[in-house]
Each structure stands twice: as C-alpha cells, then as structure tokens.
Ligand binder design. Structure first.
Ligand SMILES: NC(=O)c1ccc[n+]([C@@H]2O[C@H](COP(=O)([O-])OP(=O)(O)OC[C@H]3O[C@@H](n4cnc5c(N)ncnc54)[C@H](O)[C@@H]3O)[C@@H](O)[C@H]2O)c1
Length: 422
C-alpha cells in the first residue's frame, strides 16, 4: 500500500486528466493542475474538455465526492505526476520547456521527501533534467538527497484510456531504486497490469522504442507500396502472400503516418544518437515522404484528365480522419494530402468525403475549391478518386468508382488478386 495520500497531477490533457480521475476514484486526494484556466474551470465543474469515453463519469463522480479538485496553481503534495506536452522543435530536437516550467512551478511547494513522476513521453535523460531543474530551484533540498524522481511512460490507446489505464502493464523507471519502488506503489493503487521496475533512462527509451518499432515497420510497408507501384505489382496481394510465411508479418501501407506519438517519438531517439539512429531516421523520412508521393500520383492522373478533356479534373478525396472509423482529424496525413492537392491543383474542385464530421477542419476551410461532400455523389462527379482512409462506409462504394482512375492508399478496393500470366 502506498503511504501517499495527496497527489498533484500537472497537465490535465488526454493523459493527465484520466490519471488524476482514476487516482481520485481509488480514494487518493488529487489536485489537477493546468496552466489553461478553461481546462481547470471545466474540471472543477465536473466536466471533461475533450472526448474520451467513460472519463466524464469518473470526473463528475470524483469532483462531486471531493477527491478530485483542480487549480492553476501547483499545491503542496506528497507526489507529483507531470503529464505536460513534449513536442519537437523545428530542428527536430525535443522541446522540454513545458517539463522545465512544470518543475519550476512545483519546486517552491516541496518540503523534502516528495516523489516526482514524469509521465510525458520524453527523450533519455529528461527525468534527470527535471530533477536538475527542481534541485537548482531548491538547493536546500538538493543536498539532503531525499527527493525521489521517476519516469512512468503512458501507452494508453485514445478511446480506451479508462480501461487501459487499469489493465496495461506499466514500466516504472527510477532515478534511484527507492524512487522506482515508491512510484510503483502509487500505480498499484489502480493498475492491475504488471508493474516492471527499471532505471529512468531505460523507461524513457522503452516508450520511444515502442513507437519507433511501429514507425519502422510501417515505413517498410510504405516503401514496398512505392516500389510496387514502379514495378506494376499489387502491393496488397504481395503483402498478403508474403505474410503466409510463418515468421513474416508485414504491416499495411497507408498515405503516411499521423498522430502525435508515432510521428514524433522516433525523432527523440534520432536527436539522442544522431550518428547511430540511421534506420529510425530513414523510417521517419520514408513515412514523411509518403503524403507527397500520393499527391504526385493524383497529379499524374490529373494531367491525363486535363490532356484528354481540356479541363481541370474534379477529385473525390475519400476520408480525412487520422485512421479508420473515427472522427479524429488531428495530424492526419489525409488532411495534409487534401491541403497539398488544393494548393497544387488550384483550378480543380476537390470533394472531400468524411462521414464522421459535419464541417471541414481549419486547415482546409481557406481553400475555395475544397468542399465537404457525400461519398456516392462525390465519386459520381469526380474524374479521379483518391482513397485516403479505409472507413467501413467506403467499402460499398467501389462499384460507383469502377470506371474512374483510383489512387487507393489503403488497399480497401485494391486488394484484388492479380491473374497469373499465361
Ligand atoms: N495523448 C496520448 O494518446 C498520449 C499517449 C501516450 C503518451 N502521451 C504523452 O503524454 C504527454 C501529455 O500528452 P497529452 O496528450 O495529455 O497532451 P495534452 O496537450 O492533451 O495535455 C497537456 C496539458 O498540459 C497543460 N500544460 C502545458 N504546460 C503546462 C504547465 N507548465 N503546467 C501545467 N499544465 C501545463 C496544457 O494546458 C494541456 O492541458 C505528452 O508527452 C505525450 O506525448 C500522450
């Protein structure tokens, strides 16, 4: 059992708020801290300022019970969990300024003996950096050496966060063994998965490596899709056949890699070991180049239409979401592709089809040629169809597009078997 009774969770976003709510649900006194006053006001009112199933019930229940409160000021607590953003800068180096400012804000509240856990996805050494920032602010405590610092990365899946927080295994890395053990005790209050102890740097690297593994494997599939287009081979059939090998499991290609984890975290490894991280850097470059390749494929077909009809083509772009059957358009390669098409085929009309939203995202509203359209209607009106997301709704539309040039980046319609050559 943990002896910790009061926890401050710093950063009330997709990760911090669920963590705060689950700790409060299990009887700890939790203060959620955020620099955004609207977020704090929403939590105080027992509401959630973003969409995550079940989280609303946890927040309203724990706020009503008084175990969860929120503030823009960091209070004194026995443990602090830091879950602030860790973006990368323009030069692809990690931006630790949010972590550092959270550290500076909590330092004055310490009295010695507290546990500080970094949950933000971080480059190797970030937990030690947080410790250093705090110890610089509080030299009186630095010398006694009894502050405990640990890293506990988060690998929950958006949409299933409340279940995965409880069920997933956790890696807990301590700057000291004592810190790792204290952090593990705290997570045991709600986590039923295995809790695995290590040092802070290994824990930081574990999270980065998990996402880099995905990125490298997606890059392999994306590279195959480009090679196969050059060689006139159906990549979907190729991958399906190769995966019959008992030890081969190639992932599916796509229009690029979106989201704020897989497309970001590998750069932290590249930044930490620039000479050695050659495959990881290449994979990032391959995946980042894929949207541009898709745009070029559409432009080649647009040129053909222009040559044969004398007018700019109408393009139906199927899907804007970041992955199938969801409404999340953030960091979506599909949105980036439609944006690039609107810029590069500026005389064309682009009919964007996204059945899960009722308005275009801000990145696309500035293009007069881009409108939101119904799937069947868009395909009927289009000269070229580009499939960007494999939403289930689109499977039935293949017939409508039968006579049109199609760029299928997801293989929803293109998974036909090739005929053997006689
Ligand atoms: N969202 C995910 O699915 C996910 C999964 C695993 C790991 N992560 C990692 O968790 C971390 C947090 O991600 P998120 O998705 O919760 O981000 P988010 O943007 O949803 O939330 C971060 C919150 O921190 C607040 N904030 C920023 N600076 C602050 C400061 N100095 N003090 C207090 N609050 C501050 C922001 O106002 C915001 O509300 C990141 O490192 C991210 O990479 C996210």
């Amino acid at each position: 059992m943990t002896s910790i009774a009061h926890v401050a969770v710093i950063g009330l976003g997709y990760i911090g708020l669920p963590t705060a709510a689950i700790l409060a649900e299990h009887g700890l006194q939790v203060t959620g801290v955020d620099v955004n006053a609207q977020t704090v006001a929403a939590v105080r009112a027992g509401t959630v300022p973003f969409v995550e199933p079940e989280l609303g019930e946890y927040v309203s229940r724990t706020v009503a019970r008084g175990t969860l409160t929120a503030s823009t000021q960091t209070p004194s607590a026995e443990a602090y969990i830091v879950a602030v953003p860790t973006p990368f800068r323009e030069d692809l180096s990690p931006d630790l300024s949010f972590i550092e400012s959270a550290g500076r804000a909590l330092a004055p509240t310490l009295s010695g003996g507290e546990l500080v856990i970094l949950e933000s996805t971080s480059p190797p050494g970030a937990t030690e950096r947080l410790a250093q920032v705090i110890q610089q602010e509080r030299p009186d405590l630095a010398t006694s050496g009894d502050l405990k610092f640990a890293h506990c990365p988060e690998r929950v899946l958006p949409g299933s966060v409340m279940r995965e927080l409880v069920e997933n295994d956790r890696i807990v890395g301590g700057v000291t063994t004592e810190a790792a053990e204290a952090a593990a005790e705290l997570y045991r209050t709600f986590c039923r998965g295995e809790i695995l102890l290590t040092d802070a740097r290994t824990a930081e690297m574990t999270k980065l490596v998990e996402n880099s593994f995905r990125d490298v494997n997606i890059a392999f599939a994306n590279e195959l899709s480009v090679i196969c287009a050059e060689l006139g081979i159906n990549v979907w059939e190729l991958i399906e056949l190769a995966n019959h090998h008992p030890r081969v499991n190639i992932l599916q290609p796509g229009p690029g890699v979106g989201g704020h984890c897989i497309a970001v975290d590998p750069w932290f490894i590249v930044d930490a070991a620039p000479e050695s991280a050659r495959l990881i850097r290449s994979a990032r470059q391959v995946n980042d180049a894929k949207p541009g390749w898709v745009v070029d494929q559409v432009k080649a077909r647009a040129y053909d239409v222009l040559q044969s009809t004398g007018r700019p083509p109408v393009v139906a772009a199927l899907g804007l979401a970041f992955k199938k059957n969801i409404d999340d358009l953030r960091e979506s390669p599909a949105v980036a592709i439609v944006d690039a098409l609107a810029r590069q085929l500026s005389d064309s009309q682009i009919l964007a089809v996204e059945p899960h939203v009722d308005r275009l995202p801000p990145a696309l509203t500035g293009h007069p040629g881009v409108t939101l359209a119904d799937g069947r209607d868009a395909i009927e009106r289009a000269d070229i169809v580009v499939m960007l997301v494999d939403h289930d709704d689109f499977a039935a539309l293949q017939e409508v597009a039968a006579s049109k040039p199609v760029v299928d980046t997801r293989g929803l319609w293109a998974k036909r078997q090739s005929s053997p050559r006689s």
